[in-house]
Design a protein around this ligand. Structure first.
Ligand SMILES: Nc1ncnc2c1ncn2[C@@H]1O[C@H](COP(=O)(O)OP(=O)(O)OP(=O)(O)O)[C@@H](O)[C@H]1O
Length: 301
């Protein structure tokens, strides 16, 4: 597959979302009676584009709204791109979805967990662990967050399989081989620590670990940022082919519209913790409606 080729159409969207997020709020800081009314920090969408004053910071108590009421749906087999400038809340959003950060309020349901009837943000820590181990995978920009650098690559995968209840050493080893082969890590290096690997290889090991238990949902946070362009292209190509092969749904966070253009079916644009525009990626890139999206798109050109 050539990464320079345009995407082959959009995923077939089924009627029922795999993931539904409603009104996700994440506040950093204690908050006060002023900023608990989120609309007080709303700002003027049209005029604050160039403004230096962050609209997501409370002028009274100084708390910051990382996510200020984000709602969206993700359908089976779909790749949703999340784009926005630095500080727009992209990482806070995915970290919240993966339970790395505890949210302030909001709800998240997954079709594969108790028929989508449970707000996962309110689940117990044991339930959250189950969901992370069986139903979600996460790939971080910084491989040190997703990998244990003092374990071998196969050991990293084994850890994820153990966590989901696999204990048969032979099958774990076979699965590790299969996954590492899939992400093109030479098998003779499977017992080496990822700290010996290049940045692109570390990201590929992270991807294989995240996929170990066949989760229906994969979260990818700036996974190619900081890699050389040719390495970046290989990792993006891998992500795209894995998605086509396994049909896994993905949320791809990037500040780089080139990455979004290549991978995502639909795109959600964030600004200061809020969704300003969502639509088919081609439409967002070719005919952006919101002034902020227009600025982002034009800065790509
Ligand atoms: N631990 C924290 N404590 C206080 N504020 C935070 C914390 N983490 C994030 N923020 C704030 O939340 C807002 C959203 O940050 P976030 O890192 O999610 O943005 P981003 O779009 O991922 O940016 P980048 O691409 O630069 O990482 C920013 O204003 C940021 O300063």
């Amino acid at each position: 597959m050539n990464v320079n080729e345009p995407k082959q159409g959009n995923a077939l969207l089924s009627e029922t979302p795999l993931l539904q997020v409603d009104n996700l709020v994440k506040r950093f800081g204690k908050g006060c009676s002023y900023c608990q009314q989120i609309e007080n920090l709303q700002g003027d969408e049209e005029s604050d584009i160039e403004s230096a004053r962050p609209q997501n910071q409370c002028p009274v108590c100084g708390s910051v709204l990382g996510c200020a009421g984000i709602s969206f749906e993700l359908y089976p087999g779909e790749i949703l791109g999340v784009v926005g400038e630095s500080g727009s809340g992209k990482s806070t959003m995915v970290r919240s979805l993966y339970f790395d950060d505890e949210v302030t309020s909001g709800s998240m349901t997954l079709a594969g967990y108790r028929d989508g009837q449970v707000n996962l943000f309110e689940a117990s820590s044991q339930q959250k662990r189950y969901i992370r181990n069986h139903l979600m995978g996460m790939v971080y920009q910084n491989p040190y967050l997703g990998l244990r650098m003092n374990f071998s690559s196969s050991g990293n995968i084994a850890e994820k399989l153990f966590a989901a209840g696999s204990f048969h050493v032979g099958s774990i080893r076979d699965r590790a081989k299969e996954l590492l082969e899939r992400v093109e890590i030479p098998l003779k290096r499977m017992d080496e620590r990822p700290s010996n690997f290049s940045g692109g290889m570390q990201q590929r090991v992270q991807i294989s670990k995240a996929l170990a238990n066949n989760p229906p949902l994969l979260l990818l946070d700036e996974v190619t940022t900081g890699l050389d362009l040719s390495v970046q292209a290989k990792v993006l190509d891998l992500i795209r082919s894995i998605q086509q092969e396994l049909g896994v749904s993905m949320i791809v966070v990037s500040h780089d519209l080139g990455v979004i253009r290549m991978l995502s079916d639909r795109t959600m644009v964030l600004k200061q913790g809020r969704v300003v525009e969502t639509g088919l990626t081609d439409q967002i890139l070719e005919d952006p409606q919101h002034p902020y999206t227009q600025l982002l798109v034009h800065s790509l050109l």
